[in-house]
Every structure is written in C-alpha cells, then in structure tokens.
Design a protein around this ligand. Structure first.
Ligand SMILES: Cc1ncc(C[n+]2csc(CCOP(=O)(O)OP(=O)(O)O)c2C)c(N)n1
Length: 285
C-alpha cells in the first residue's frame, strides 16, 4: 500500500485492523463473505473516519450523510467499521449471524444503528441513494448520499434504471463509489458480464465521471477522488475504485473462491499471519 501522508497511513492501518477482525469473526462463525468485505475495507474506513458528516451518538440526526452499501453481503466489514466509529459496542460484532442478533448476514436498517438501508438483494442501492438525495433537496437539507456498489451489483437491471433516473433528476449530492474488484461470486466479471468500458457507460448515461480510476486501497487516492467530487456541483457523480477481492491475503486476492467460502482452521492459520504482517508494516510507518 503506497500512502504518503500520515493520515492516509493511519486510515490504511485502521482498514487493515478491520480486515483482521473480520477474518477472526468469519472464521469463528464459519460463515460470511470475506472477499467483498476485505475489498471494501478502505472505502468504508475512509468514508466513516474521514469523510462523512455523522453523529454516531445520534444515528437518526436528520442532517447526517447517508451511506447505502448496495453490496450488502459485505456486512461484516460495515458492522466492524460502524462499531469502531461508535454506533454500537465493538464486542457486539461477535454476535455476527447469531440467531436474534442485530447483525445479520445482510444489513437491516430497522435493527442496526448506522445502517441506512437494508441490502443484500443486489442492485437496489443506486435507486435508494437517488431517493435519499432528492429527499435531502426537497426538505431543504444538504446531506450527501453515498452508494457503494460492486460490479456484480451493477449487473442488475435495477442499477441502470437508477442510473438513468439520476441523470434525469440530477441530484446535487449523490455520489456512487464503485468497488471495482472485477471478481464476482463464481468467476471473473469479464466472463460473467463484461462491464468495461465502465466510465464510458456512465458518461453515456449522463453522469459526471471522475477523470481516472483510483486505487481503492490507497487513502491518498481516495482523498483525491473526494477532492474531485467537491470540485463542482453538477449532478450525480461516480468514482471508480480499483480494488482487490480478498485484499491482504496473497492466496485469496482476486480469487472468486473466497467470495463467501467459510474460513476453515487451515485457511485461517495461513491467512491471519499475512494480515498481521501487513498491519505490522503499516504500524512501523
Ligand atoms: C439480486 C441478487 N442476485 C444474486 C445474488 C447473489 N450474489 C451475492 S453476492 C454476488 C456477487 C456480487 O458481486 P459484486 O457486487 O462485484 O461484489 P463483490 O465482488 O465486491 O463481493 C451475487 C451474485 C444476490 N445477493 N442478489
């Protein structure tokens, strides 16, 4: 991870710590989605610890920025970030997927503080984010609505209905972050449903598109993307981040096998030291 500023290193360190904690809990529970959770760790960490205007002690504060994790299967990372940001106790993450826990396999907005939208059925996030951003304008508020989608999520037709509708209604504060790891549930995106050239597709659909694909594991680049986002107020905006599924564990990176496979003891014993080594490297910076 090539970060230059102290703050970027700190954010990268936090994200890596969250990866470790997620691996621990998924191993303990024998269930959950490691691939997509590790991929989105830096984006969620940057949003919640650097970018978003939120009050974790008042989760329903009306002016708060909203985040819709459209790829809801990455819930374990969302819960870990929300817990560390103060929405609920960090120990509660250990109840992940337990019967009657608030922290189910896919996020539930009616149960869990900080979860803005129940997701898991892919494809709905953009439409929901559009509604949130229009509600912000109609009610005279000024909050951001952020949506994170994976490329598998973009395969859903509903995503493109939302993209078209956003181009029509032109909300000023709707930002889409694409967690572009190019690997889906059971194979490469290029085999399942090619999306490239993704930036040109968004442009053709009438969106404001960031001038480059950012490194979604480099916090200097994530910050650069947000600087671009703030540089003008002009309708729905999309930032594409190149990420890696299974980030932080060499034999899991870019391998669809680790989309949702249980982390057994043997795998855990090989994977954890790699994440620990990554964390130690960041701590030494
Ligand atoms: C409507 C719907 N169809 C299928 C699935 C099953 N499914 C869960 S995750 C996934 C792939 C998601 O890929 P992507 O959005 O790229 O997420 P990531 O690779 O970051 O995990 C699929 C097909 C689902 N959750 N919802």
């Amino acid at each position: 991870m090539q970060t230059t500023t102290g703050r970027s290193t700190e954010l990268a360190r936090l994200a890596q710590q969250f990866r470790l904690e997620v691996l621990d809990v998924l191993h303990k529970k024998g269930t959950g989605h490691w691939g997509g959770a590790s991929s989105v760790a830096d984006l969620l960490t940057h949003l919640y610890f650097e970018r978003m205007n939120i009050r974790p002690d008042d989760p329903k504060w009306e002016e708060r920025d909203r985040l819709v994790l459209s790829k809801g299967h990455a819930s374990a990372m969302l819960y870990t970030v929300l817990a560390h940001r103060g929405y609920f106790p960090v120990e509660e993450v250990q109840t992940f997927r337990d019967l009657n826990s608030r922290l189910q396999g896919h996020p539930c907005m009616n149960k869990t503080a900080g979860v803005e939208m129940s997701t898991g059925a892919l494809g709905h996030g953009i439409s929901v984010g559009l509604g949130m951003s229009l509600a912000s304008q109609l009610s005279g508020k000024n909050f951001w609505s952020y949506v994170i989608t994976g490329e598998g999520c973009l395969d859903e037709g509903q995503s493109w209905e939302g993209i078209m509708a956003a181009a029509k209604f032109k909300p000023k504060k709707l930002a889409l972050l694409v967690d572009y790891n190019k690997v889906q549930l059971d194979g490469a995106a290029s085999e399942i449903m090619p999306l490239d050239p993704l930036d040109e597709k968004f442009r053709a659909f009438g969106w404001r598109v960031a001038p480059k694909v950012y490194d979604g594991h480099n916090h200097d680049e994530i910050a650069e993307a947000f600087t671009w986002l703030d540089s003008e107020e002009a309708g729905p905006s999309v930032m594409i981040f190149r990420t890696h599924k299974g980030k932080g564990v060499s034999f899991m990176e870019d391998n669809h096998k680790w989309h949702g496979a249980p982390i057994d003891d043997e795998t855990y014993a090989k994977a954890r030291p790699e994440l620990e080594a990554g964390l130690a490297k960041l701590e030494a910076k």
